[in-house]
Write a protein that binds this ligand. Structure first.
Ligand SMILES: [Zn+2]
Length: 393
């Protein structure tokens, strides 16, 4: 970071005083970190992480980082954090190239200075960029994932102090990895403006990270694809979703900084959550997964990818699969459940006009009757003529 004064804060009135509680802001990664702090502190709400409790959680996270930085190698549970740190906290004292040659005490001191709460006399007298309360300092990529792509240099420009953050907001960014699926490369995390869902899904991820990493089970050899992680989260949630979900894939690594955002709107997110759970629709959902099975890819991967990238393909893929099965005269068990499921998609996700929907049903029934009177060859001819549907990869 260079010297000088950040233009954005020149006109701010001087403010002072310690800030001791976590607040939710409009920054998705800060919000995820806030709920991760709540999960680590074993409380329901980020606002309950305050005072001594916030200090205790921050100290706990610092201990993990010190253990990782001074541990024997990256194969130990603590070492996993060291490996991930290049994607999360690059250029930090925990992964400095010379650490291996320094005494452990020196490395530990450097890490604790980095992670420790700034002293009051360092108060920069500017508000936190995210919550507006007094900032504790200016922070760059060593603490906060900044970049959206390689095109942006992912570093604090010369003569710019970085992002002004209060200490609780800074702690949220330090807690972000606990709420993320860690891969050793880019981390994956779900965000939603439905705070009940966000609280639940982050707490689940914190639990998994505790089990899989902190107690020594290590990284899953082949983590599920990003989209499957999202679908799994939706399927595990038992309350109605009141907002869409965003799948965030981020890396703060010096070599490939990135932040990819995939959005799923509320109607589709809620439809996936509900239909994959309710007994009456689960049978259809199972067939939907079969219909999406590709040559080299399980159905759940294709459904998840379609849900985030091309939602319309969910129904068209099911239709194409049924068409192929009908051509060879072998409609599978569960066909009617799949058709009902697809119709509920058209109704609830696409929001099709009810009169149009009724007309489609009547027409489909007539076509079905006509074809039912013919032969498989006639149906095949019909299918070949009208297929413009794409198949799963
Ligand atoms: Zn703040």
């Amino acid at each position: 970071m260079g010297g000088g004064v950040t233009g954005a804060v020149v006109d701010q009135p001087p403010i002072a005083g310690p800030v001791d509680s976590v607040e939710l802001t409009a920054h998705p990664l800060q919000r995820i970190g806030a709920f991760a702090l709540a999960a680590l502190a074993d409380v329901q709400s980020p606002a309950a992480v305050s005072g001594e409790r916030l200090v205790a959680v921050a100290d706990w996270m610092t201990d993990h980082v010190v253990d990782a930085a001074t541990g024997p190698d990256t194969k130990t549970p603590a070492g996993f954090w060291l490996k991930c740190s290049l994607s999360l906290f690059p250029n930090s004292p925990m992964n400095h190239p010379s650490n291996g040659k320094k005494p452990q005490r020196v490395v530990a001191d450097a890490v604790r200075r980095w992670r420790g709460r700034p002293k009051q006399e360092q108060n920069p007298h500017v508000p936190c960029t995210l919550c507006g309360r007094p900032a504790a300092g200016f922070y760059g990529k060593m603490d906060v994932p900044l970049a959206e792509s390689d095109l942006y240099r992912n570093s604090t420009p010369r003569h710019h102090h970085g992002m002004a953050l209060c200490w609780p907001c800074l702690c949220c960014f330090h807690a972000l990895p606990y709420g993320s699926q860690l891969t050793g490369g880019p981390a994956v995390v779900l965000h939603s403006w439905d705070e009940a869902f966000l609280s639940w899904t982050v707490a689940e991820q914190v639990d998994r990270n505790r089990r899989e990493i902190l107690v020594g089970r290590g990284l899953p050899r082949q983590p599920p694809s990003h989209e499957v992680l999202a679908l799994r989260a939706l399927r595990g949630y038992h309350d109605e979703l009141n907002a869409g979900v965003e799948l965030l894939v981020y890396s703060n690594n010096n070599r490939g900084p990135a932040l990819d955002v995939h959005v799923m709107d509320q109607p589709l997110a809620e439809w996936l959550r509900r239909t994959s759970q309710a007994p009456v629709t689960r049978a259809g959902f199972t067939i939907l997964l079969r219909a999406h099975k590709g040559r080299n890819r399980p159905g759940v991967v294709n459904v998840s990818r379609n849900a985030f990238r091309e939602p319309g393909r969910i129904v068209s893929t099911a239709g194409a699969w049924l068409g192929r099965a009908a051509c060879v005269g072998r409609l599978p068990a569960g066909t009617s459940e799949l058709v009902k499921l697809c119709m509920s998609y058209v109704d609830e996700v696409m929001g099709m006009n009810q009169e149009d929907l009724a007309e489609i049903r009547v027409t489909a029934d007539r076509v079905g009757q006509l074809l039912g009177e013919g032969t498989a060859g006639q149906f095949n001819k019909f299918y070949v003529t009208f297929r413009k549907l794409r198949f799963p990869r």
